[in-house]
Design a protein around this ligand. Structure first.
Ligand code: FCB
Length: 446
């Protein structure tokens, strides 16, 4: 038996736009994801998050499922335009009331709320005035954070400022494959910088308001491995690491962008201002924990992509999920060690980890997702190994409690421990639900 520490948090995760639905109910404002999904051609299967898992109405049933699963924590995000329809100013009390009801239900179930402030659904009203490219959004974020800390401060166990700022910046403003769907690398750099500043402001407000819980950020981190031993491929992998990992880790823990990336982007003709002394102090305030979202590693070689000059490589003989992501549990172990040794966070939470497979109920209605079980088991194993070697990992959150709206892929990708039949909103626990239930009950891997 490989046991987990007594106070280790076993949880599950979701995000507002992916599950809530009720996109225009009870005074909610439009978000950039409403706009993006409503624009034809953006979502692979032509669906939207208008209804999604209808969690806005089914939350009590969903909390009951979590209670049955036995989790000690639930990570969800608050929809900014649900509580502040224009992004700032007038508060939508009905929106706040929804999260109050949810938090109450969680309390009754003995589940600790873990709240993400920003999981990508920016109020469209702010986007119309420049979105994350604009300082106005940075300021509005600090005020939004203040509202939430003041309202829910003492009921929330962990606060997460941003979910995956890299995705917001680069896929959102350079690749254009997620909202707001821009294709401008200069804009993406500006957004990344502003997201880090906004994070800093929120942490400062948090220390001022001083609620009971702890605060951190959730980064999508991933080892970047060279496809071959060739020097140009090794350089490409290090550059990709700078783009994806160090570009956020270095400012958060050392107060500045990595020198090699500053030089690289400047050589490419982009403007990227290093943080000033005051900004450094803001961005690198001590965090209570670092959240890591981990799914896979990146294998890269030198390539034709105009900015980074790298290219992803698919290796023969490896296993890939339905997202096309390699199953690579060693990467989680490697990452935890690297972050612990290079950046020394006070604590680490694995804020997302999970597996995508095309699950279909069998004739008797059960869903036999053996591959997901194998994935989760291998990752928990890697995690356990890192903990036993002294790495400060305090929690683990499976993405996701249930199938949901997978952004650009709509409903065509399933990550849940619970199957969702979108036509009826019926929830069916998959076999992996019972696997995770056993791990939690025994607080150990068999
Ligand atoms: C992460 C997102 C999360 C989910 C998973 C599969 O990048 O944070 O919302 O979509 O991927």
């Amino acid at each position: 038996m490989r046991a987990f520490p007594e106070d280790f948090l076993f949880g599950v995760a979701t995000a507002s736009y992916q599950i809530e639905g009720a996109w225009n109910e009870d005074g909610k404002g439009e978000s950039i994801w409403d706009r993006f999904a409503h624009t034809p051609g953006n979502i692979l299967d032509g669906t939207t998050g208008d209804v999604a898992c209808d969690h806005y109405h089914c939350f009590a049933e969903d909390v009951a499922l979590m209670q049955e699963l036995g989790v000690s924590a639930y990570r969800f995000s608050i929809s900014w335009p649900r509580v502040l329809p224009s992004g700032k100013g007038a508060v939508n009390e009905k929106g706040l009331a929804f999260y109050r009801r949810l938090i109450e239900k969680l309390k009754e179930a003995g589940i600790k709320p873990v709240v993400t402030l920003y999981h990508w659904d920016l109020p469209q009203a702010l986007q119309d005035r420049g979105g994350w490219e604009s300082e106005e959004t940075v300021e509005a974020f600090a005020e939004y954070a203040r509202l939430l800390f003041a309202t829910f401060g003492d009921d929330v166990h962990l606060w997460i400022t941003h979910n995956e700022p890299w995705v917001v910046a680069f896929p959102g403003h350079y690749e254009g494959r997620v909202a707001p769907g821009k294709r401008d690398f200069q804009a993406a750099l500006r957004v990344a910088r502003n997201l880090l500043l906004a994070h800093g402001h929120a942490v400062r407000v948090f220390r001022e308001v001083n609620p009971k819980g702890a605060i951190g950020i959730a980064l999508n981190l991933s080892p970047a491995h060279p496809a071959t031993e060739k020097e140009e491929d090794q350089e490409a992998a290090w550059r990709f690491d700078g783009y994806l990992n160090r570009f956020f880790l270095d400012p958060l823990f050392r107060g500045q962008f990595p020198e090699d990336m500053l030089t690289f982007y400047r050589k490419k003709g982009f403007i990227l201002e290093p943080f000033t002394k005051e900004e450094r102090a803001l961005v690198a305030q001590p965090l209570d924990f670092l959240g890591i979202n981990y799914y896979s590693r990146h294998v890269v070689r030198k390539g034709e992509e105009p900015v980074l000059e790298t290219e992803a490589v698919r290796l023969p003989g490896k296993k890939y999920s339905d997202m096309g992501w390699e199953v690579y549990p060693e990467g989680l172990y490697e990452l935890i060690h690297r972050v612990t040794e290079d950046y020394a966070p006070r604590a680490i939470h694995i804020t997302e980890n999970g597996y995508c497979s095309p699950d279909v109920p069998s004739c008797d209605g059960s869903i036999d997702d053996e591959e997901r079980i194998a994935y989760l088991e291998a990752h928990l194993e890697a995690l356990h190994r890192a903990i036993s070697e002294g790495c400060p990992v305090r929690g683990y959150f499976v993405w996701s409690i249930m199938d949901n709206f997978e952004w650009t892929f709509g409903f065509s990708k399933r990550f849940g421990l619970v199957y969702v039949d979108y036509a009826t909103q019926q929830r069916i626990p998959k076999k992996s639900f019972f696997f995770y239930q056993r791990v939690i009950r025994e607080r150990a891997l068999a």
